[in-house]
Write a protein that binds this ligand. Structure first.
Ligand code: FAD
Ligand code: UDP
Length: 389
């Protein structure tokens, strides 16, 4: 009998499995339908020995000392400051838009933050209520820069116009009046020194944790006895799409190895105006690996495929609300992570959410002794065993 069946071995599932095993001494079965742990942060060495991210570039950044300290139990780090260039009007310019971006694109020499503010203010369009991903950009930088940097990229990435998406999506990318060309402004910007997969291996290496891969929740939920569930997959799938499907945006990753030590000037180049892919990532910048060749990935957005992004817009949030209410009324199952709580979370936010969930579990359930109401699983197993010839 397992105390916990944890569904999904990404950040949400692995962080919780470790806490439950080490802090409460409980027995955990951690499953994933994929053939590996790490969820979307999984990385691996390709045929040429280059470390790549199977599901696109994952850059760790956080303002939370607590989250960083927690993960530091399982990895050492290498400092890495992420920089992105955009291919705009045939030039490569810094993204997020900063003073250098504007100077380069328009042949200007704005020298102070005040000059840049005045320049932007002359272009910004007043928007009464900032609700959509179009509003948030147009109200800051005006329509021309919006179209150059955001409209095309967003339409490719989401298959929707920015006016159809919640403001939180493009608000992830700030506008700067200085020349700071870092993609993220967080206090901590680091990469796990030996990769994410090694970090996950260290996290789940505990005698109380059994890892089972290529195992789907549906296949094993009635086969393997367990008291409680942590579920980190799609919430609509858990409830058999009872209220219809929640859209999740997908990507097709094209991984390539180039027979040269360098491919581009920074880790990521975005293509907001041209191409079918959104961005190209060169991993050596992230990993610090030295190698005569270099590995890159093209990201092609798609409607079908593995669920990577919840799609933040009001009607989806409303539908999620129906599922969330069902989740609340489902005893002994905790829903955690990007897919199960339908939130466009970064890795550190998922770790924070998982740690907060652990604290709630620990407050609610006395350590040892409580058996939960999951004994149905026992009956399921008995039924299956009894049905064998
Ligand atoms: P996941 O990593 O999706 O893990 C869920 C796991 O559950 C999956 O492995 C899945 O196979 C498994 N599962 C689902 N259903 C079942 C089932 N029924 N049975 C068994 N297993 C199941 N974040 C950052 O902080 N920085 C970045 O630079 C960054 N870049 C990103 C780039 C891309 C292209 C994408 C898609 C995401 C990026 N993220 C980034 C976000 C990051 O991937 C997520 O925040 C994080 O991985 C979410 O962890 P999770 O455990 O919630 O979900
Ligand atoms: N975005 C854009 N142009 C860019 C970069 C981002 O329009 O050059 C928009 C786009 O809608 C994207 C969102 O901002 O989906 C968030 O960007 P981020 O880089 O955070 O996306 P992620 O890394 O999560 O895919």
């Amino acid at each position: 009998m397992f105390d916990w069946l944890v569904v999904g071995a990404g950040f949400a599932g692995s962080v919780l499995a470790e806490r439950l095993a080490t802090q409460r001494g409980e027995r955990v079965l951690l499953i994933d339908r994929r053939p590996h742990i790490g969820g979307n942060a999984y990385d691996r060495y390709n045929e040429q020995g280059l470390l790549i991210h199977e599901y696109g570039p994952h850059i760790f950044h956080t303002n939370s000392d607590m989250v960083l300290d927690h993960l530091s139990q399982f990895t050492t780090w290498r400092p890495y400051t992420h920089r992105v260039l955009g291919s705009v009007d045939g030039r490569l310019v810094p993204i997020p838009i900063n003073r250098t971006t504007v100077n380069r694109l328009y042949g200007l020499s704005l020298e102070t933050e005040e000059e840049m503010e005045t320049w932007l203010a002359a272009r910004a369009e007043p928007v009464e209520r900032i609700e959509t991903s179009e509003d948030v950009v147009v109200s800051k930088v005006g329509r021309e820069l919006y179209e150059k940097f955001f409209r095309g990229y967003t339409r490719k990435q989401w298959g929707l116009d920015p006016s159809e998406l919640d403001k939180s999506v493009t608000a992830r990318v700030p506008t700067r009046t200085d020349t700071d060309d870092r993609y993220f402004a967080d206090k901590h910007q680091v990469m796990p020194e030996h990769g994410y997969t090694r970090m996950f291996q260290a996290m789940v290496a505990h005698p109380n944790i059994t890892v089972m891969l290529q195992a789907d929740y549906r296949q094993i939920r009635d086969l393997i006895p367990h008291r409680r569930v942590i579920y980190t997959g799609q919430i609509d799938e858990f409830f058999d799409f009872r209220f219809g499907r929640l859209p999740y945006r997908s990507l097709r990753f094209e991984h390539r190895t180039i027979d040269a030590p360098r491919h581009q000037d920074v880790a990521v180049v975005n293509y907001p105006q041209t191409e079918e892919f959104t961005r190209v990532t060169e991993y050596k910048y992230l990993t610090g690996q030295e190698h005569p060749k270099t590995a890159i990935t093209y990201e092609y957005p798609t409607a079908d495929g593995d669920p990577y992004y919840p799609v933040p817009r009001p009607e989806n949030q409303e539908r999620y609300g129906l599922y969330e209410a069902l989740a609340r009324a489902t005893p002994d199952v905790w829903f955690v992570g990007r897919l199960a709580t339908y939130r466009y979370y970064n890795m550190d936010q998922v770790v924070g959410q998982a740690l907060a969930t652990f604290r709630r579990i620990d407050e609610k359930l006395p350590r040892g002794g409580d058996t939960g109401s999951g004994s149905k699983a026992w009956n399921g197993v008995r039924a299956v065993v009894a049905a064998q010839p």
